[in-house]
Design a protein around this ligand. Structure first.
Ligand code: NAD
Length: 488
């Protein structure tokens, strides 16, 4: 690992049409959150650069070099991508961690490991998803074809870039599309390397293009493009809102949004093992410094066990070692950027002004390293209308609110604009099912928090987004339906 950690990272370029190109828009510095030092530079793609990438994707799609390749051949390429990711898992993951600060133990599984699994899942789907024959009158034949949409624009965030990148790329490519991928400014490196891996695996030039740069320039140009057919996005609600506007102002491209959350983790006094619930719940909010879309950032706890449960959470949270994300003993790594860290601290200060009490943490730590680290932080006395209960922090900050009854728990759980994830801890099976039914969220975890795999979809309701990543349902985003109506 030390070799990869010390390896110089050369200045990065844009990947367009199978070649590395300079941007007309200049470069951006990449600063490592581990020590606050400059790691390398990425190109800042201008509108003209993005147009070149979209044109390359369109040309590749239209000439059929990938879109009309036999499904079995496409499947082999996706499997080879997974093979290379697995072979290079450590190098790829360390590169990503130097860029975005996620603790290596988690990143190995959630980044390279997960990305390889996702490419394999959709590789296998390629020759197992069929069209339909409609039950029409006997003198006609109604065929429902599933076609690739054409050029997919994918804009992804800085947390788990490989995992989320693969959630978009693998089904888009499996369906035969070409893609222009725009990584986040603070997590581009592993996705640029992934582009090389795809080429090594035999993905034809132009099918995957990667444009780096600022959201308001590079991302906006991609979203405004008249030649992008579908835009898939993971990131904040504010950006998601803009993307819908850009679509309306350009070609009405379909826009799929995976946005933020303020996910409630509801603990009833009848939970089977409160200590275990506290341990898992602590990881459910604090892993990756809380920079997880489904993080259980609101703890709703039955009043009769409130003080005991908060004490258990504090015990487990305190035991988590925060530090250098490339040290295997660190259970929590760095916050992604100084901006993000300052935002987290601001949320805590505001919560205290609103009447919240800090039960644990609250501060920046390890400042002498030059990096961005924050203690796991628990704030009690947070009322449902407080900012900390309503707004996503995307940092290691837990808001605790007591409740009296199941009805009140549901009401508080549903009392935000978000609906991404939830947790319920109870030993009562009927109550568990009632909570699954009543909580408005894309996923409800019962007696655990945060598990998932490729077989189940991930997506939000309300202002947490639309559309789903993962599972066979994700293919719907990357395909159009076409009917053939044939008189017999
Ligand atoms: P962000 O919205 O700031 O940025 C996401 C991406 O959008 C980046 O690539 C950025 O450059 C780009 N972007 C920014 N402004 C843009 C614009 N005007 N036009 C086009 N592109 C633009 O989000 P972030 O801070 O990178 O990520 C954190 C957010 O992502 C959190 O809200 C988190 O909950 C959410 N998230 C959601 C999921 C999910 O599956 N629902 C998963 C991970 C993260």
């Amino acid at each position: 690992m030390d070799t990869y950690r010390r390896a110089a990272v050369p200045p990065q370029k844009l990947y367009i049409g199978g070649t590395w190109q300079e941007a007309q828009g200049g470069t951006l510095d990449v600063v490592s959150p581990i020590d606050g030092q400059k790691l390398t530079t990425i190109e800042s793609a201008s509108a003209a650069d993005v147009d070149r990438a979209v044109a390359a994707a369109r040309a590749a799609f239209e000439d059929g070099r990938w879109s009309r390749m036999a499904p079995a051949a496409r499947k082999k390429v996706l499997h080879r991508i997974a093979d290379i990711i697995e072979r290079e898992a450590l190098a790829l993951t360390v590169l990503g961690v130097r860029d975005n600060g996620t603790e290596i133990g988690m990143a190995l599984k959630a980044e390279a490991g997960s990305a390889a699994g996702t490419f394999r899942y959709y590789a296998e789907a390629i020759d197992k998803v069929y069209g339909e024959i409609a039950p029409t009158a006997p003198d006609v034949l109604g065929l429902v074809h599933r076609e690739a949409v054409g050029v997919v624009g994918a804009i992804v965030p800085w947390n788990f870039p490989l995992m989320i990148g693969a959630w978009k790329l693998a089904p888009a490519l499996a369906a035969g599309n070409s893609v222009v991928l725009k990584p986040a400014e603070t997590a581009s490196l592993s996705l640029l390397r992934l582009a090389e891996i795809c080429a090594e695996a035999g993905l034809p030039d132009g099918v995957l293009n990667v444009v780096t740069g600022e959201g308001r320039v590079t991302g906006e140009s991609l979203a405004l493009s008249m030649d992008v057919d579908v835009l898939v996005f993971t990131g904040s609600g504010a950006t998601g809102r803009r993307l819908l506007e850009y679509s309306a102002r350009s070609n009405l491209k379909r826009v799929y949004l995976e946005l933020g959350g303020k996910s409630p983790n509801v603990v009833f006094a009848d939970a089977p093992d409160l200590d275990q619930a506290a341990k898992v719940s602590a990881m459910g909010i604090f892993r990756n410094s809380g920079q997880v879309c489904v993080a259980g950032s609101r703890l709703l706890v039955e009043r009769s066990i409130h003080d005991d449960f908060v004490a258990l959470m504090a015990k487990h949270a305190k035991a988590l070692k925060v530090g250098d994300p490339l040290d295997l003993s660190s259970q929590i790594g760095a916050v992604n950027s100084d901006t993000q860290l300052q935002g987290n601290l601001g949320f805590v200060a505001d919560a205290v002004k609103e009447g919240g009490e800090i039960a644990l943490g609250g501060s920046r730590i390890l400042e002498s390293s030059g990096g961005y680290y924050m203690e796991p932080t628990i704030v009690t006395g947070v009322r449902p209308d407080h900012q900390l209960a309503q707004r996503e922090v995307f940092g290691p900050v837990l808001a605790v609110t007591p409740f009296e009854t199941e009805e009140e728990a549901v009401q508080i759980a549903n009392g935000t604009d978000y609906g991404l994830a939830a947790g319920v801890w109870t030993g009562n099976l009927s109550r568990a099912h009632r909570m699954i039914r009543d909580i408005r969220a894309g996923v409800v975890h019962v007696n655990t928090y945060g598990g998932a795999d490729n077989t189940v979809p991930l997506g939000g309701v309300k202002q947490s987004g639309n559309g789903h990543d993962k599972s066979l349902h994700a293919l719907d985003k990357y395909t159009d339906l076409k009917t053939a109506w044939i008189q017999l």
